[in-house]
Design a protein around this ligand. Sequence first.
Ligand code: BEZ
Length: 390
Amino acid sequence: MKRAILAALGLATSLALPAAADDLKVGLLLPFSGVYAALGNDIEAGFTLALDEFGSDTGVTFDVVREDTEVKPPVALGKAKKLILQDKVDVMAGIVSSGVLGAVRDMVHGAGVPLIVANAGNDDATGASCSPFITRMSFSNGQVNRPMGTWMYDQGIRKVFTLAPDYAAGRQMIDGFTQTFTAAGGEVVGQEFTPFQKTQDFGPYLAQAKASGADAVYVFYAGGEAISFVKQYDSFGLKAELPLYGSGFLTSPLYVNAEGPSAEGVITALHYVPTIDNPANAAFVAAFKAKTGRVPSEFAVHGYDAGRALVTAVQTGARDRETLAAALRKVSFDGPRGALSIDPATNNIVQPIYVYETVAGDDGLTQKVLAQLPAEADPVNGCAMPAVSN
Ligand code: BEZ
């Protein structure tokens, strides 16, 4: 009632009220503009679906305040400060870019606000900069790329040229792949990092790949950059000559149909594809399609599992920042991606990885699973989990 009166007076945003006992204020930090806007929208759709599906009988009202991080770390930091200090949220979820996660980490940790990471794979956030307040329900950059190094070597590929955008995620994803590919005996014969959010023409980099003597090209691109890259790779005439591999964000179901036939035959690896055959995924795909008219992407499942993790924490009785952070770290369930748990040493998710090929299906492009690689916890990467002090 008080909130309604304040809203009528136009004061609701400037005077934050403490939440009623069974209200939880949730800050959703996502890019709703910029190269990752579509990813942010899919994460939000998955998140709200989970709150509706799992949260309705908890007796808790989830009051979601959404903020647009764009793909700009300083903007995101300002929005995180607003959510924490002005809106006084109990918990935050979201973050797509590794650069943004790096920028908000100290603020989140210092304020002691639980953050459920619903995309950004920044290895440091569950490595050297880990925090009891940061729990990742998506993936880490190393986790989705390391298995492909070994798998590609086992397929007979010996020389690879790598490409990725020049920011934390691009560098960490390529590092993860390189570690296992070279450990197996493979050679990275060339590597380029393209200016992030600025590269329109990949031609000069594709020319280098062509001249490198590689057997294959391995890349990380996502969102609008993935669409441009896959199309240009094909129109440059490289597809037939040098097979294209990468982390599965390259051919996400979210935008693979915008890539069109250029994406056919590309082989990538990821922790989720909508064609995974298990009952939880069948139910999720049906519910997401009913809500949006589209098949869910990995981004949708991150949002969905982040929402489900929050509800699971609430079901243990957790209601404030500290108890929510503690409960989130213990979450485990069988979801659309298979069995999920949180590694207590790092707060990173443990999950299987799927190698898949993009193929033509009845309703456009689809994902043919070629291999399911076992779930592995990340190495601790320098994480000495700080104790919670109060
Ligand atoms: C990242 O910056 O961590 C990221 C962005 C898009 C897709 C995957 C990872």
